[in-house]
Design a binder for this molecule. Structure first.
Ligand SMILES: *[C@@H]1O[C@H](CO)[C@@H](O)[C@H](O)[C@H]1NC(C)=O
Ligand SMILES: *[C@@H]1O[C@H](CO)[C@@H](O)[C@H](O)[C@H]1NC(C)=O
Ligand SMILES: *[C@@H]1O[C@H](CO)[C@@H](O)[C@H](O)[C@H]1NC(C)=O
Length: 351
């Protein structure tokens, strides 16, 4: 009897939410209509996975073991490696999507367990520039704004524009890379004035408070945060529903991947969550107790081949790359056009 009822629930859920590839769900929210595109999510998660690869030559030439399948034909424009801070990102063009893709790697320098435990204690310790009440975490903010990431990405986006004109921009990343992707998408919209910037992140932590979240959604309205089952990271740093204005607060819109019940093969459904960013019926309805759920999204592995190192592999013969005084690396399609000068960040002077 109980089994039967579960079956009915499962069937209803399957009916409600898209389970099959290529099915689209339309979301109505306020004055815009954004579509969560399952196919696009599966493509972008492959970019978010590839950016973890440590063989820079294979990554740059898009011949790495994760550089195939739905990302075949990607044209790399710039690969940026911040050696000091162990950060990695790339910018390139997906001609099939008619889009610039920007992907950020997640953390790699410590064990993932330690990194996740540290997330509990992150403070809202920085005012986001131009928004007195908007608070964010200084560390996440700085990883994008106060490293080689930002100047490298902005110059590559500019170069892409010169090569191909105005393409839409899709920013992606997993875990900490999702946090950086969020700051990047906001920066491109607010400070660079780009019109069509879309964000899709996987298993990202919270990055700011409720005021920041509403500011974010106003500017980057085409934003999806995909969460998976019991993945711990989207639960952190903690949100307390008793103090929704004081604590960290996710921006919208979450898409929660979860098992709709019983048996095998396990059916994964995608739940499109509400416009608050903190839908109690999405990932918040379960406890965030899984690291495993953090490392695989849509059956795609989202971690480095090995942890605990900031390993870089290059074959000098094949590739030309530039290195700045601090040992940071920029590989460019057109090396002479790459700028390595540490540009002053307008966001830094105010703090
Ligand atoms: C979803 O994304 C795929 C890949 O970009 C695209 O071919 C398809 O047309 C999209 N569907 C909708 C409804 O936009
Ligand atoms: C969550 O789901 C319950 C039923 O399971 C429903 O009554 C409630 O309205 C939902 N809450 C939100 C915010 O959607
Ligand atoms: C930016 O980074 C430098 C060194 O990495 C550090 O000394 C400085 O305090 C940082 N500035 C901000 C505003 O975080």
């Amino acid at each position: 009897m109980i089994m039967k009822r579960w079956l009915v629930v499962a069937i209803i859920l399957i009916g409600l939410f898209s389970v099959s590839e290529g099915r689209e769900l339309r979301i109505k929210h306020g004055d815009y209509n954004h579509i969560y595109n399952h196919t696009l999510a599966k493509i972008l998660v492959e970019y978010a996975s590839a950016v973890y690869m440590s063989d820079l030559t294979a990554l740059f030439t898009w011949t790495c073991s994760r550089c195939d399948d739905m990302t075949t034909g990607f044209e790399m424009i710039e690969l940026i490696v911040d050696v000091q801070n162990c950060l990695q990102a790339f910018v390139g063009v997906a001609h099939d999507l008619n889009a610039v893709i920007i992907a950020f790697r997640g953390t790699q320098e410590h064990s993932i367990q330690n990194w996740i435990e540290d997330l509990f204690w992150k403070q809202l310790d920085l005012n986001y520039l131009g928004m007195p009440e908007a608070m964010v975490h200084h560390g996440f903010y700085s990883a994008y704004h106060n490293t080689t990431m930002r100047p490298g990405i902005l110059s590559a986006v500019q170069r892409t524009k010169e090569l191909y004109g105005d393409l839409r921009v899709m920013v992606t990343g997993h875990s900490m890379g999702g946090a950086m992707a969020s700051f990047c998408a906001l920066d491109l919209t607010v400070n660079q004035g780009l019109r069509d910037v879309r964000l899709m992140t996987f298993g990202q932590p919270r990055v700011g408070n409720a005021v920041f979240a509403s500011y974010f959604n106003k500017h980057v309205s085409n934003a999806f945060r995909v969460t998976n089952g019991h993945d711990m990271v989207p639960h952190l740093p903690p949100y307390y529903s008793y103090f929704p204005q004081k604590t960290y607060h996710h921006f919208a819109r979450e898409v929660w991947l979860h098992n709709a019940g019983l048996g095998s093969p396990v059916l994964v459904t995608e739940k499109i969550c509400d416009g608050t960013g903190e839908d109690p019926n999405c990932s918040r309805s379960v406890s965030g107790n899984s690291i495993l759920d953090h490392l695989t999204y849509y059956d795609v592995e989202l971690q480095a081949e090995m942890w605990g190192s900031c390993r870089i592999v290059t074959s000098d013969k094949l590739m030309q790359y530039q290195m700045d005084g601090a040992g940071n690396i920029m590989m460019s399609k057109n090396p002479t056009a790459a700028t390595l000068s540490a540009q002053a960040d307008p966001g830094i002077s105010s703090m």
